[in-house]
Write a protein that binds this ligand. Structure first.
Ligand code: ADP
Length: 809
């Protein structure tokens, strides 16, 4: 190789190269864009065409200084050059390796003094062997797919000196810039060969691996393509034959529509939607909505119904089998069923009866269809746990119909009842249609729970939609926004339940046939627990029969000391707790041990923990300034203690404790009554100028029945002022007027049962409430003494016999 420079220690322009090396003996096309480089190339072009090419240590530096450059570079000769918009493209041939000994100028371009470095060219066997090995390896690499300039490859293959080969290889090797610089800086050809052999070996390995992977990928790819093609082919064939997946689904849907027994109008709608679906692309998001809609349409029962027979004897049997007591309620239900039975065979529409009685129903208002169901809807009113749901289930059982229950508690949105329109994301039918679908028949017994908890707000009035669903005159074509087609609810047996009637909108209440569940006496609870709940919980907990022996007295103890409720829900829970504990003991012990668990009153603590309620009333003494009232709440009847304290002041009435607004008013009325009667009652004169009266209700529930605590408040005030105790075991209820008249109140049955439960002996009731005692259990009637009064004076006579007063004011 002619490596010699014209002058071995000459000054030459220097061009920094970001990350490339032009090895001596090789050629390369370079592009020079940086100003300093362009100027250096131009200067070189004009004088000897020689330039020093030297690599930057860091390719990212734009404007390198001499210290950013390696010290060893190559002198290159510009073979050809072309300007191109401020840049220069030049073919440069490497001439010789040089060391840049000093920089003589930096501007306008680098000029350095260079000293040529000559390689040692070994002439031993090893070098020769390496020479051959490297040419073979390179050939192998190219064979495996190494990309390199074809001309260079041909040149190498046609033979060259060891030194030239070593530089050519360095130029084509797959190495990092710093590794190339290292190769350049080696001054022994043999050493260079050795390094290159290592690099090339690695490269060949990688190439082999790549090839292997590529072959595998290729095979896999080919397999995939093949499968895809085949699958497509199958699809096409199936499509031709008309039975691909999609088609299958459409066919199934069409079949379901045919079999669903839909009314003509609905069927047409369903078919139209199905046509729309078939025309939709599989990827159209709307397709899934249409599919869901069609699923609903075909799954709602259009003609599936349970046998529609009413056998009163059977019904009575079932009701009695499932429930203890509730005689009056069962009777009312049987009457209702009897009417239903007669109506189902009668041809005369209900409207005819309305016409005859009112004589005003115009033809226009007459519905097109006479409804077959009873014209009213049953409504079970009562506290929780009194058997409303379970009577509903029994009705379904006795009629051989399905039973569904939907709670309406807390709904405020009309859409909850009537469904969302389909344009709504995540739209669904309302609860009525959901319940019907759940039942699977079009004539289930449908219990709508908690209709007193339905609210209304800006989203529409759910009760209006409810009315439409429940009203037998409209509900043969109930419209659910989601379903879009009318649904006939006229054969559904609706039963509604609630805890109180006050909050039900009047329009809805008008339609309801109210059946009241007042709550159970202790004795009734005892029998329900013994004969029904005990057995039910035993089976639920998987405890074998006769393993638990719960003494009657123990059961009564649970009722008295662990529960305080109108219904039997907590009682059932306590019984369940006993069985749970027993079940655990059985499971822990040897499965075969046939131990029985005898539970006596004394054992209850271990099973149920400390008692929750003490029968406080009987144990306490009569006190001045206290009276016992009766209240009615959503949870049934309850007793209520009123406390009155007097303190120096000016006749202010202070009210604290669990007092609702209405109760505050009745306290005012009671106070006015006492003030106006102070003389007759022999109370301290002008007490209202010297004393403040503080009325407090220490514990118990907030009464929901308005002013019925008046009598009890007045009694407590009189007791406080007269310093004479009122009888604790005399409970009273009644609204009072300013003049002391005692007015009729509500919830008598619940209150009386609560009084009985609490161990009260005497109950004072307004005279006009006498009629309400009719359906109170006999046991209660015999245990209690009733006093019917018209005036507060009579109340005081019973509650405070020690009080002497004249009847005149
Ligand atoms: P509600 O619907 O009024 O809240 P449930 O019907 O859920 O009450 O009654 C609670 C539990 O008490 C149920 O297990 C039910 O079977 C039982 N139960 C209620 N009343 C009676 C009864 N008279 N005879 C037998 N079991 C009853």
């Amino acid at each position: 190789m002619s490596t010699s420079l014209d002058n071995p220690n000459q000054l030459l322009p220097v061009v920094p190269i970001r990350d490339g090396i032009v090895f001596p003996g090789t050629e390369m096309i370079l592009t020079f864009g940086r100003q300093r480089s362009v100027k250096a190339i131009e200067a070189a072009q004009n004088a000897g065409k020689r330039v020093v090419l030297v690599m930057q240590r860091n390719p990212n530096i734009n404007d390198p200084t001499p210290s950013d450059l390696y010290q060893i570079g190559t002198v290159g000769e510009i073979v050809q050059m072309m300007r191109n918009e401020g840049e220069i493209n030049a073919l440069v041939r490497g001439i010789s390796k040089v060391e840049l000994t000093s920089y003589e100028a930096v501007e306008p371009f680098f000029v350095a003094r260079v000293a040529e470095i000559a390689d040692v060219i070994e002439d031993d066997e090893e070098t020769k062997a390496l020479f051959n090995h490297l040419t073979n390896e390179l050939r192998q690499a190219v064979k495996l797919g190494k990309t390199m300039d074809f001309l260079t490859f041909m040149n190498i293959m046609s033979g060259m000196s060891p030194e030239t080969l070593s530089y050519h290889l360095a130029g084509v090797m797959d190495t990092k810039p710093s590794e190339r610089q290292e190769l350049l800086e080696l001054n022994s050809v043999k050493a260079r060969f050795e390094k290159e052999a290592a690099y090339l070996a690695k490269e060949v390995k990688v190439l082999e691996l790549e090839k292997k992977i590529a072959t595998k990928t290729q095979e896999k790819f080919e397999k995939n393509v093949k499968e895809q093609v085949l699958r497509e082919r199958i699809k096409t064939i199936e499509k031709e034959l008309g039975d691909d997946d999609e088609n299958k689904e459409f066919k199934e849907l069409a079949d379901k529509i045919k079999k669903a027994g839909m009314p003509q109008e609905v069927k047409e709608k369903a078919e139209k939607e199905l046509r729309r679906l078939t025309q939709m692309s599989q990827y159209n998001p709307e397709a899934s909505y249409v599919r869901t809609y069609l699923d609903w349409l075909v799954e709602v029962p259009w003609n599936q119904e349970s046998a529609n027979t009413v056998n009163l004897a059977d019904a009575e049997k079932v009701l009695n089998q499932d429930h203890y007591a509730l005689g009056k309620i069962k009777e009312r239900i049987l009457e209702f069923l009897a009417v239903m039975k007669l109506r189902s065979v009668s041809d005369e529409p209900v409207e005819k009866a309305e016409k005859t009685t009112k004589g005003v129903a115009s033809e226009k208002n007459t519905p097109k269809r006479g409804s077959k169901s009873a014209p009213t809807i049953l409504c079970f009113v009562g506290p929780p746990g009194v058997g409303k749901t379970s009577i509903g289930k029994s009705i379904a059982r006795s009629l051989g119909r399905k039973f569904v229950k939907m709670s309406l508690g807390g709904i405020r949105d009309e859409a909850e009842v009537r469904g969302h329109r389909r344009t709504y994301v995540g739209a669904m039918p309302g609860r009525i249609i959901q319940g019907i679908k759940q039942a699977g028949t079009k004539n289930p017994v449908f219990m709508l729970d908690e209709i007193d908890k339905v609210g209304a707000d800006f989203r529409g009035d759910p009760s209006a939609a409810l009315l439409e669903a429940l009203d037998p005159e409209q509900n043969y074509a109930f419209s659910d926004h989601y379903l879009e087609v009318p649904y006939d609810l006229s054969e559904v047996f609706f039963i509604t339940t609630c805890n109180q009637l006050d909050t039900i909108p009047p329009a809805l209440r008008d339609r309801l046939e109210i059946i009241r569940f007042a709550g159970y006496t202790e004795d009734e609870k005892f029998h329900i627990a013994k004969d029904y709940l005990f057995e039910k919980q035993r089976i639920i907990h998987g405890v074998p029969a006769k393993v638990v022996d719960l003494a009657d007295e123990g059961l009564r103890e649970i009722i008295r000391q662990y529960t305080r409720e109108a219904g039997v829900r907590n009682l059932e829970r306590e019984v369940a707790t006993i069985f749970r504990k027993v079940a655990k003991k059985i499971a822990d012990a040897d499965a075969k041990s046939k131990k029985t668990f005898v539970i006596k009153p004394a054992d209850l603590q271990t099973y149920l923990g400390p008692t929750k309620f003490s029968s406080s009333l009987a144990e306490k003494k009569d006190e001045v300034g206290m009276s016992t009232g009766l209240a009615w709440t959503e949870a049934g009847g309850d007793i209520l203690f009123i406390e009155v304290a007097l303190m120096p002041g000016r006749g202010t009435l202070i009210l604290t404790g669990q007092l609702g607004d209405v109760m505050k008013e009745s306290a005012q009325a009671a106070m006015s009554y006492v003030r106006s009667r102070f003389k007759a009652l022999k109370l301290p004169e002008k007490f209202y100028q010297k004393l403040d009266v503080h009325v407090h209700v220490p514990e118990g529930a907030v009464p929901k029945d308005g002013p019925s605590a008046g009598a009890a408040i007045a009694t407590a005030i009189v007791s406080a002022l007269s310093k004479k105790a009122a009888k604790r075991l005399v409970a009273m209820t009644g609204e009072i007027t300013l003049r002391g008249r005692v007015l009729e109140i509500g919830g008598v049955k619940e209150k009386v049962i609560a009084a009985h439960r609490a161990g009260i002996k005497d109950v004072i009731l307004p005279k006009n409430n006498k009629k309400d005692l009719e359906d109170i259990p006999k046991a209660v009637m015999t245990d209690l003494k009733f006093h019917f009064v018209e005036h507060m004076d009579e109340v005081l006579k019973v509650a405070m016999p020690s009080l002497k007063f004249s009847t005149q004011n």
